[in-house]
Design a protein around this ligand. Structure first.
Ligand code: G
Ligand code: G
Ligand code: MN
Ligand code: NA
Length: 254
């Protein structure tokens, strides 16, 4: 397709960039970021991942792109490891089902961690239900292999899929990410509030950490805090930023 051809060129022309969106705790302290892919064309135009990730997934280019994202994230972690101000920061990256389902995925991540010198404990992999549900046993194997070197796991877009909750207790993940579609109206829609409370209840029972995404207002943050969610990401705190802006904003003296 047209966009697939463009995407191949984007890779060879180094037009892909990572933006970083802060993740904060209940005190508002940034403990890490989510890395979000951007395609910046030569003319400056930004193409949203919503447009090109599906194409990358269908064509298989996502494997190449995903490896690049992992390498960039590891490089950034190594840079942060050099300074006491930034050495505790983590980076969460999005992993497509197509990437995660490959038999050598875990080996690939282990290799990149070793090559780069990035600490596994600082890397978080965001998986979707579609990545883990096709073969829960295989997913569990890969997760355990990576957890052995400290890598953390988060279930992205939680609550939007079709699965039963039974799989959740089988998966050795660390965190559940409450989808922003539930956060959006959490303070004025009783249905969304009920769903968020239910997710937080499950997290509490299963000793999983919860993080809410798409937090845009103090009211949403306060509701989430009051219901036991202590980790946040969203425009209320910061939009995704290029690395230079992230550092200038949050670590101006580093
Ligand atoms: O940043 P933004 O809201 O535009 O991202 C849109 C979608 O693209 C989100 O669902 C996000 O998970 C996905 N996405 C962003 N970066 C990556 C990436 O590096 N890999 C994959 N697989 N998906 C990504
Ligand atoms: O599916 P995933 O969770 O990876 O998607 C993250 C996407 O959500 C990113 O594209 C990011 O730009 C977007 N995003 C981040 N914070 C907010 C927010 O507060 N509101 C909205 N509407 N989108 C957000
Ligand atoms: Mn995500
Ligand atoms: Na999400």
């Amino acid at each position: 397709s047209h966009i697939e051809h463009g995407l191949k060129q984007a890779i060879s022309r180094h037009e892909l960039r990572l933006y970083y969106q802060p993740q904060v705790d209940s005190n508002g302290t940034m403990f890490g970021v989510e890395a979000l892919l951007r395609w910046q064309k030569a003319n400056g135009e930004l193409v949203s991942p919503e447009q090109f990730i599906p194409v990358a997934e269908e064509s298989g280019l996502i494997n190449e792109i995903g490896l690049w994202v992992l390498q960039q994230a590891c490089r950034q972690l190594v840079s942060w490891q050099q300074s006491s101000q930034t050495q505790a920061l983590s980076i969460a990256i999005n992993v497509s089902a197509r990437q995660f389902l490959r038999s050598n995925y875990a080996a690939e991540v282990l290799y990149e961690l070793t090559q780069s010198g990035a600490r596994g404990e600082r890397l978080k992999l965001e998986l979707t239900e579609s990545a883990v549900l096709q073969d829960v046993d295989a997913a569990k194997q890969k997760i355990l292999q990576l957890k052995a070197v400290g890598v953390q796991f988060s279930l992205d877009d939680f609550g939007t899929g079709y699965s039963s909750l039974a799989y959740l207790k089988q998966l050795p993940v660390d965190q559940v990410k409450i989808d922003r579609s539930f956060v959006k109206d959490v303070t004025d829609n009783s249905g969304d509030a009920a769903i968020v409370e239910a997710i937080l209840g499950i997290c509490d029972s299963l000793a999983l950490e919860a993080i809410a995404e798409g937090v845009e207002t103090a009211t949403q943050r306060d509701f989430l805090l009051q219901h036991g969610c202590g980790n946040f990401q969203g425009f209320f705190f910061s939009k995704p930023l290029p690395i230079e802006e992230l550092m200038a904003t949050f670590f101006p003296h580093s």
